[in-house]
Design a protein around this ligand. Structure first.
Ligand SMILES: Cc1cc2nc3c(=O)[nH]c(=O)nc-3n(C[C@H](O)[C@H](O)[C@H](O)COP(=O)(O)O)c2cc1C
Length: 178
């Protein structure tokens, strides 16, 4: 391959992992949603997920104060809502009303689950030591819900600037040889 120099400002478009998620919070009785794609698995069990949530977002203050949220995973059918929710703030609008998505009560946290998403993970903040320096929350998934009829979820994977890749084929190989 004859690779060429690539702008540092665009490196995220190569590595941004997806799937794009919808993070819900509830603060002082008000529920909110934000679109989120900068996240990473950190541990199998209990599952730990690291998430970058900008300090400029309304969700940041809610998560910092309540230490609870839900990570909801949408499929391609919700692409328009994903973009809409990622381009307005809960400080100004009721995003459940605007997007038409349905809030369901969670079992262990105050943040609602999104009925239309194929998976929802109830989370508590496990470690906030990197929040001040990197806006990086380490979340522990305390309860997970998945729609059993969806075997191969067509999740959205952000490539930057409004471009999304859809999850497609599954390749089954032994990823560990012993
Ligand atoms: C595809 C997509 C991915 C995004 N990923 C993130 C992210 O990982 N972290 C973040 O802080 N904001 C991310 N955003 C931006 C927030 O969703 C956006 O700022 C949102 O309006 C915040 O809502 P809030 O103020 O109600 O919390 C993303 C937006 C889009 C459209």
């Amino acid at each position: 391959m004859a690779k060429k120099s690539f702008p540092l400002a665009k490196v995220y478009t190569l590595l941004e992992p997806g799937p794009v998620t919808l993070i819900t919070t509830a603060h002082k009785g008000v529920a909110n949603i934000m679109t989120q794609s900068w996240h990473t698995m950190m541990e199998f069990e209990p599952p730990l997920v690291g998430c970058v949530i900008s300090g400029r977002n309304h969700s940041f203050a809610a998560l910092k104060a309540t230490r609870e949220c839900a990570i909801n995973i949408p499929t391609a059918e919700l692409a328009k809502q994903v973009v809409l929710i990622g381009n307005c703030s809960g400080s100004k609008v009721d995003k459940f009303a605007r997007s038409g998505l349905t809030a369901l009560p969670a079992s262990l946290v105050q943040a609602p689950l999104i009925a239309e998403c194929y998976a929802s993970l109830e989370c508590r903040v496990a470690d906030s030591r990197l929040v001040n320096s990197y806006n990086f929350f380490i979340l522990e998934v305390v309860k997970a819900w998945v729609e059993p009829s969806i075997k191969q979820a067509r999740t959205l994977h952000h490539r930057g600037k409004g471009e999304f890749m859809l999850a497609g084929e599954t390749l089954k190989l032994p990823s560990r040889m012993k």
